[in-house]
Design a protein around this ligand. Structure first.
Ligand SMILES: *[C@@H]1O[C@H](CO)[C@@H](O)[C@H](O)[C@H]1NC(C)=O
Ligand SMILES: *[C@@H]1O[C@H](CO)[C@@H](O)[C@H](O)[C@H]1NC(C)=O
Length: 383
């Protein structure tokens, strides 16, 4: 190449232009790492399906540890070998395939701190199936989640940032004066009416998630946590605001029962009442608040793995999920289980209307994933 002009042009085309181009495309965030992972978000608001139904799978007390390394508790001795946290994962997968829920609600003790060497790793393993499933999921904490390497704020923060999670740490304060809400993981989720219906932009079902705490010492005695006044005030005012425009039924989800659940020992219940209700000695008035709000028809709880019953207190159902996790205490020959909540809309002449009924049943981890204890919790106009 004798001509210097040609040489300069060639230099520009072959070296400088590509360099300039790559500089323009240079993404400072991606440098030094393979790629930036941004949370895969679930589509919000949640809404009823075209067939007028919405299904929630409640998973209580997975007690996840370190996966394959973490042994099962309380399974028949012949099945102890080869049983680990992976059986919990397998059970979750089987239920997802069978029930195809629209939302999965985890009611605490998702991980079992004392068996987990890395809380983040345990969370990723425990919630692995729902992250892969790609449908929305929500979680609250129990009393065991924070026992390893993360505190309750860190756990809820990470849980809220995981793929398809619609969990939140706490609502943003409406003003500077607003009281801080106790705990981590208090939030409200709207479920809108079906697409194409007049209620497509209206929340026809409200879900309240609450942090019932971990442990506390009251008057020198050790006890469990409880839902605090600030949380109840927030829930009450949220309920008032939403009911101002449309009267929709609501459901609540938290980990530890309220003291009044003990009274259900003397009532007609559906399911097993096999162990004492391990709740706080403090009665902060949760039941009274739920009754006065008027929209909550049922509360879904966990914590006592051998209880899986539903019973009604002052017009509000309290339903246990029943122990889910294989590393959680349970009872050999009493299969691990989970609860399904099935909500259907009222079919109007031309379109779907508001909620018509709320039903529940359980699935047990036997060979057929048997469906048991089906129950109607609420029917519109028949309270
Ligand atoms: C745990 O999972 C393994 C592998 O699928 C299975 O063979 C075993 O029966 C399961 N154990 C229990 C107690 O379900
Ligand atoms: C709901 O909102 C969408 C988007 O703003 C709008 O197109 C639609 O007409 C609304 N539907 C109803 C029933 O209000």
């Amino acid at each position: 190449m004798a001509n210097p002009v040609h040489a300069v042009l060639l230099l520009i085309v072959v070296v400088l232009l590509p360099l300039l181009f790559s500089l323009l495309l240079w993404d400072p965030i991606a440098v030094g790492r393979s790629a930036v992972k941004i949370k895969k978000s679930a589509e919000l608001p949640l809404r009823f399906r075209y067939d007028g139904a919405f299904k929630i799978l409640q998973v209580a007390d997975m007690h996840y540890g370190n996966g394959a390394m973490t042994r099962c508790r309380d399974v028949p001795s012949a099945e102890t070998a080869g049983c680990s946290d992976l059986n919990t994962t397998q059970f979750l997968w089987k239920l997802i395939h069978l029930e195809k829920p629209d939302l999965i609600a985890f009611t605490g003790d998702n991980i079992f701190g004392t068996s987990s060497t890395d809380a983040a790793e345990s969370l990723f393993q425990a919630f692995g199936p729902v992250v892969q499933y790609g449908k929305p999921w929500a979680a609250v904490l129990g009393n065991h989640d924070q026992e390893s390497t993360m505190d309750r704020f860190e756990l809820m923060s990470l849980i809220s940032l995981m793929d398809y999670s619609i969990s939140q740490v706490n609502p943003f304060p409406a003003s500077e004066k607003q009281q801080r809400i106790d705990g981590f993981g208090n939030y409200h989720i709207r479920v809108h009416g079906a697409f194409g219906s007049a209620l497509a932009n209206t929340s026809v079902l409200n879900l309240y998630f609450l942090d019932s705490g971990d442990r506390a010492v009251v008057n020198g005695f050790k006890t469990y946590g409880w839902i605090k006044e600030s949380q109840l005030t927030w829930m009450e005012s949220t309920s008032q605001k939403i009911q101002g425009s449309f009267q929709a039924p609501a459901l609540a989800f938290f980990h530890i029962a309220v003291p009044e659940v003990r009274q259900l020992w003397y009532s007609k219940i559906v399911g097993f009442f096999q162990e004492a209700v391990a709740c706080s000695t403090v009665n902060s008035g949760v039941l009274k608040t739920l009754v006065s709000m008027g929209d909550v028809k049922a509360a879904f709880i966990g914590h006592d793995h051998l209880n899986d019953f539903c019973g009604k207190l002052d017009g509000i159902w309290f339903c246990y999920g029943g122990g889910f996790g294989y590393h959680a205490y349970g009872r050999a020959n009493w299969p691990r289980r989970a609860r399904v909540i099935f909500i259907e809309l009222n079919k109007g002449i031309k379109e779907w209307l508001g909620v018509e009924s709320i039903k529940t049943w359980k699935r047990i981890d036997d060979t057929k994933l048997s469906k048991i204890d089906e129950l109607v919790l609420w029917k519109n106009g028949k309270e």
